[in-house]
Each structure stands twice: as structure tokens, then as C-alpha cells.
Design a protein around this ligand. Structure first.
Ligand code: EPU
Length: 443
């Protein structure tokens, strides 16, 4: 994805100062955008609370509006009201203007096909952290009876003249998006759908809660199989989005790397237990309170760790990048085996230029061989610390990698200029304001 290198898009950081203070996280980016799409399934108004002011929310709002849906976002209070009574087919050229801006448009497929009999999905954006194909999504839609036409060079045209019908579907890998695709398409399909090999991330379960409020019938078995009984119609919902556990963990890693102390208001324990265990093993301290979690560096050495990313309830891939920066400050050798994306270590190159010692390997340096074994992907990292970091010019590569660079710049001695900073607005609401609140020297 491109980054406009205007003056506004560069953040000057004077590092070497512990971040300390209180910030607040709202609802999870990776639920909110999907919840907004779910509103499309029902005529009437849906109300979503705890919505962060991030660019993904404006992209989905724009896309909904192009389809005739009325979207009202009260950013100050974090409430979005979506009236999907009126839905029409958007102009293909208009939809195309949003192509490349997000991964979410593909999830419009099922709801639009139910409401209008057809959908046009622009080519997708999102972070450049691997191939990120949509084959599982399209296969799922085909199994449910849709005709998928990839003729349009910049997108996909999906039709289902006879409507969608329940089917038996198995995902070759527990993809978050393909699981959501199936849920959003199957709830109004004719008959039952069985989805095995699904992902069960907390954000997905929150989407299931929303769909249940709307009138859907969905159950999940212990072996990650969803069973969906199609219903004839759904109604609008009112829901408070679960907190953003990725943003919370990002700030926690920032506290650790900068030897700081951050109270993350709004963070909750249940969906972060895996992260909290790792945070404690490394030597970080935390205090879980009713209204949030305080994370801090207690002084002394941080400990190295051997870790691998995995689907829920494993250690999230989105927690990996910010934590790697903290691991450059741990005393000894850490390993990180990335098993979700084949190409999520590109962000370590600037870290090395700042003084970190990170070596990448094609081998699976973890307990289990993953899908990327014997393939040409450098998907394991060895991090040796502690290494002092020195500030420099950095170009933000992707959302989480970009936030990690920000943490590195805040940890480093001397000034850094972080370019392409607006990319971080996709998923971190008002991060500049939050950095000021934590005493960061930025400008
Ligand atoms: N995959 C396929 N084919 C598909 C779909 C996925 O091969 O059709 C592969 C992907 O290439 C990847 C793996 O399956 O290697 C997992 O991808 P998944 O579908 O689970 O990811 P996603 O739905 O595109 C969401 C989040 C990501 C998060 C992943 C994993 C959103 C908008 N994005 O992506 O979040 O990393 O799940 O938890 O929900 C982020 O927030 O920075 C971010 C990248």
C-alpha cells in the first residue's frame, strides 16, 4: 500500500523516555468493521457502541453509503447508527474507488447477495504481510450456491439468482475472514450450513453474538465447527463492541520496551490471557482492574522467550510485531515462529538498522512444523538482546509493523523520523494524542 510522504505524514520522535500515563482503548477494529457489515443483513436500524475513530470505520461507512445505507457516526461518543432499510447496487466505478483500501469489502458478498441478488467486490487492500488470497472466501460462496465471476479486472461479481442454500463447508486453514464470510452468508441461506475447521477468535464470537441478537441461529462445537440454521429474516441490533485486545497489547509492549508504565483503560483480561502469560514470563508486571489493565516494566532485566503465533487461543500474530521490539531489550536469545502469515517479519529490517540483532530463518523454529515448512518464507526470527537502539528515518510498512517502528523510535536514543505514519490511523485511534498523554516527545 502506498504512503503519501507529505510533512503531515511524518512523525518526529525523540526517543529514550519511558511512556507513562493513562490511555483508553475502544472496540476491536477486527470486530467493528464486520459488525457494520452485519447491519446490512436487516432492514431497519442497528446501533454499535464503543466504536473507535479509525480509518477502517470510515472505509466501511463509505462503502455502506455507496449502497444506499444511512450511516451516522458520533465519533466523540463512539456510537454508529446504521439504517439499512434502503439498499441498492452501488455504481461499480464508485465501489472501485475504494478498492485497495481494506480487506472488509469481500465480507459484503453474502449480505448484498441476500438483499439484492448480486454484489460487486473491488480488489482488496489491507496490510502487505503475505499473499492474503481470498480463495477460501470464494469457495465458501460457491458452496453456498453463488456464481463467482472474476471477469472484471479489478474485482469480483457475485450472483445467486436462486438465493444461497445451506451447505457443508470445510476450511483448509482456520481463516478469520473466511469464517466470518460463511457466517454472514449462511445466516439467511435456505437450510443448514456446517462449517468445520473454522476460526473462533473472540472477535468472531462477538460477531456471532450480534447475529444472534439479529435473530440468527448459530452454534459452535468444541472442535471448531459452526452450525448455522438459516432463518427467513433478521432485524437490527444494538451492541457494544468488545475491546481491542490488539491495541491493548501494543501499548503493553510499548510500556515494556520503553521501561514505562501504561494504564490501558477499557482493556479486559479474558481475551488477553495468552498475551498476559507471555508478558509476565518476559518480566513485565500487570494489574487487572475493573476498568482496564495497567502494564509496566518493574526494572531490572527482561527475560527472553521462545514463542509461536497461532490462531485463537494461541498467541495472536497481531501481537507479534510490537512484542518483538520489546524482545530486543530482553537479556538473551528469543525465538518467534510466525505460523499465520508467511511474510510478517519485513518490519525487522529497520530494527536491525537501529541496532537490534534479529536473524530470520526459513525453518520452523517452534514446537510444530507449520504450513510454511519447506517453503521459501523467512517466517522464524531469532532476537538477541539487549541491544540499545538508535533513532533513524523509518518508513512504515504496514499497520502493526508501523506501530512497532513507533515503539522502536520511542525506545531508541536520539531522534527518529517515522514516515508514512497515517497508515497507523487504520487501526490505532488518535495514537498521536495518546502518545502525548503518555509523555512522548513527538512532533
Ligand atoms: N488465507 C488463505 N485464503 C483465504 C483467506 C486466508 O490462504 O481465502 C490465509 C491467509 O493468507 C493467512 C491465513 O489464511 O495466511 C489467515 O488469514 P485470515 O483469513 O485469518 O486473516 P484475515 O481475516 O484476512 C484477520 C485480521 C488480521 C489478523 C488475521 C488473523 C481483520 C480485518 N483482519 O485477517 O488483522 O491478522 O485475521 O488473526 O479482521 C490487523 O489487524 O493488523 C490484521 C492484519
Amino acid at each position: 500500500m502506498g504512503t503519501a510522504d507529505s510533512k503531515k505524514d511524518v512523525l518526529h520522535v525523540e526517543g529514550g523516555k519511558p511512556l507513562s500515563g493513562t490511555i483508553k482503548v475502544r472496540g476491536a477494529k477486527n470486530l467493528v468493521s464486520k459488525a457494520m457489515v452485519a447491519a446490512l443483513l436487516a432492514p431497519g436500524t442497528s446501533v454499535l457502541k464503543n466504536v473507535p475513530e479509525i480509518r477502517d470505520v470510515s472505509v466501511v461507512s463509505d462503502l455502506l453509503r455507496l449502497h444506499g445505507v444511512d450511516v451516522n457516526f458520533d465519533g466523540e461518543n463512539g456510537i454508529v447508527a446504521i439504517d439499512a432499510t434502503k439498499v441498492y447496487l452501488a455504481d461499480v466505478a464508485d465501489v472501485d474507488t475504494l478498492s485497495g483500501s481494506s480487506r472488509i469489502p469481500i465480507l459484503f458478498s453474502g449480505p448484498l447477495v441476500h438483499r439484492l441478488g448480486e454484489a460487486f467486490i473491488p480488489s482488496l487492500g489491507g496490510c502487505n504481510i503475505g499473499g492474503r488470497p481470498i480463495d477460501f472466501h470464494l469457495e465458501t460462496l460457491r458452496k453456498l450456491g453463488a456464481k463467482v465471476d472474476k471477469e472484471h479486472t479489478d474485482g469480483v461479481h457475485i450472483t445467486a439468482p436462486d438465493g444461497l442454500k445451506g451447505a457443508k463447508i470445510h476450511l483448509p486453514y482456520p481463516s478469520v475472514g473466511a469464517t466470518e464470510q460463511t457466517l454472514l452468508a449462511a445466516v439467511l441461506a435456505d437450510g443448514r450450513t456446517e462449517l468445520s475447521g473454522a476460526a473462533t477468535e473472540p472477535e468472531i464470537m462477538d460477531l456471532v453474538a450480534i447475529l444472534q441478537k439479529m435473530g440468527a441461529i448459530i452454534s459452535v462445537d468444541v472442535d471448531r465447527t459452526f452450525r448455522i440454521e438459516g432463518v427467513k429474516e433478521l432485524k437490527g441490533y444494538t451492541h457494544t463492541a468488545l475491546p481491542d485486545r490488539i491495541e491493548a497489547a501494543s501499548w503493553a509492549s510499548a510500556a515494556l520496551a520503553t521501561r514505562g508504565d501504561i494504564f490501558v483503560k477499557g482493556a479486559t483480561q479474558p481475551d488477553m490471557t495468552t498475551f498476559l502469560n507471555v508478558f509476565r514470563k518476559i518480566g513485565g508486571e500487570f494489574d487487572i482492574r475493573d476498568n482496564g489493565i495497567r502494564f509496566w516494566h518493574p526494572g531490572g532485566d527482561l527475560h527472553p522467550i521462545a514463542l509461536e503465533t497461532d490462531v485463537h487461543p494461541g498467541f495472536m500474530t497481531d501481537w507479534q510485531q510490537p512484542l518483538v521490539v520489546a524482545l530486543t531489550q530482553a537479556n538473551g536469545l528469543s525465538t518467534m515462529h510466525e505460523t499465520v502469515y508467511e511474510n510478517r517479519f519485513g518490519f525487522t529490517e529497520p530494527l536491525i538498522e537501529m541496532g537490534a540483532t534479529v536473524q530470520l530463518y526459513r525453518e520452523c523454529l517452534g514446537a510444530l512444523p507449520c504450513r510454511f515448512q519447506q517453503r521459501n518464507f523467512k517466517h522464524s526470527a531469532v532476537i538477541f538482546g539487549p541491544t540499545p537502539l538508535t533513532g533513524r528515518d523509518i518508513e512504515v510498512p504496514d499497520l502493526r509493523g508501523g506501530f512497532s517502528h513507533l515503539i522502536a523510535a520511542l525506545t531508541a536514543n536520539g531522534p527518529s523520523n517515522v514516515h508514512g505514519i497515517s497508515l497507523i490511523d487504520r487501526g490505532y485511534a488518535d495514537f498521536r494524542g495518546k502518545l502525548f498523554a503518555l509523555g512522548a516527545k513527538i512532533g
